[in-house]
Design a protein around this ligand. Sequence first.
Ligand code: MN
Ligand code: MN
Length: 469
Amino acid sequence: MKTKTALTYDRPNGYEKLPPAEAKKLESYCADYLGFLGAAKTEREAHDQAVALLRGAGFRDLDELVAAGAKLSPGDKVYRGCGGKALLAAILGRRPLEQGLRIVGAHTDSPRLDVKQNPLYESGELALLDTHYYGGIKKYQWVAVPLALHGVFVKPDGRKIAVRVGEEPGDPVFCITDLLPHLGREQMRKTMSEAIEGENLDVLVGSVPSRDKKAKERIKLRVLELLRQRYGITEEDFLSAELEFVPAGAPREAGFDRSLVIGYGQDDRVCAYAALRALLELPGTPERASCVLLCDKEEIGSHGATGMESNFLENSVGEMLALCGGAYSELSLKRALSASGMLSADVNAAFDPLFAGVSEKKNAALLNHGVCMSKYTGVGGKSGASDAGAEFVAEIRRIFSEHGVAWQAAELGKVDQGGGGTIALLLARYGMNVVDCGTPLLSMHAPWEVAGKFDVYMTYKGYSAFLRD
Ligand code: MN
Ligand code: MN
């Protein structure tokens, strides 16, 4: 936030100019965010939490409205789920959909360890569950820390059995063992990517034999006995299950000054929650339809029915068009999408003084300097970037300035250091304006990621401003 007349541009720490009333709102928002983050540790949980909030605020299931042959009018609030994982929510605007939507799109999947289809085995008098990691992880970070198990078993008759173990006080947790340093000489000579092998990310889940003395593999059997007692499942039911090991425990405040949030899965639930809250609190009927997208599978390339590569958005906007009175046509859908503007709501890397060499400081996001806008992402010579137009960046600048949103422009790391991508390019192909805009994080993709509360709050303020403008 600078004065319009200043010749030079500098980015102040957000706390320098934070009025007390705003500081209070910031703390209250962050407390709510901590609650959501702790309750939504998987994409399924994020979907369910979001649907509960949306229904509470009067949003109606679009598929039910379609089935009932309902009509939609300006101000109507709808949501549509996909596979229990991806979600779209929208408030219809005064203008017709063909004139474009305002979209904030985030993702709700995070790196973790997925349980394999044939996971359970016994070795060395211990029972273990074999996993396959999901997303970009540093494998060494996942050993010797408490893990919780979240997910579902789905029976052939369609019955779903939810699992959530390791989060409540008194719950057991799980862990992957690591080698003691005394015997780790060989391991310590390996590179960090080789020291812990992906195939060895197997989780310790039991050590007591079954009472059935005649059985083979009695420790494995004991685990199955307990699972049958608690969930009514058999070993075969792992075949149709989606179980995820995530770091156990609730997110919390960090730092003597409590200015930070440490928690699992802030990439990208920090943006997902901000987008959701911005939509839930949108007053009245917006000029253009306001839309929030919470998608899945971003961390593994956005493929699959619940990922952003799917037709979920077009299909859903098509359904909305069909309920809005006018006749649906492919052309009106194309017009609606290409006339839209979107914030690709995903996190960025915050400057870390311990690893200063990977950043170019004047173009790196600084913690507590506001929500971060990245005109482009990509690798090497911007490869894979959708590179937002300066015109759209200028429009967002205007909106943020008018609504008192503290923001900063940043790249992910210095040139040729590495790089990354988001869902931005998947939306840009419709011809819509898209720019990346999200919260800077420290330790991104680690079991415990760190965000600055000021940035968490400004992310929400930024998305609110964008949807309201
Ligand atoms: Mn992300
Ligand atoms: Mn990520």
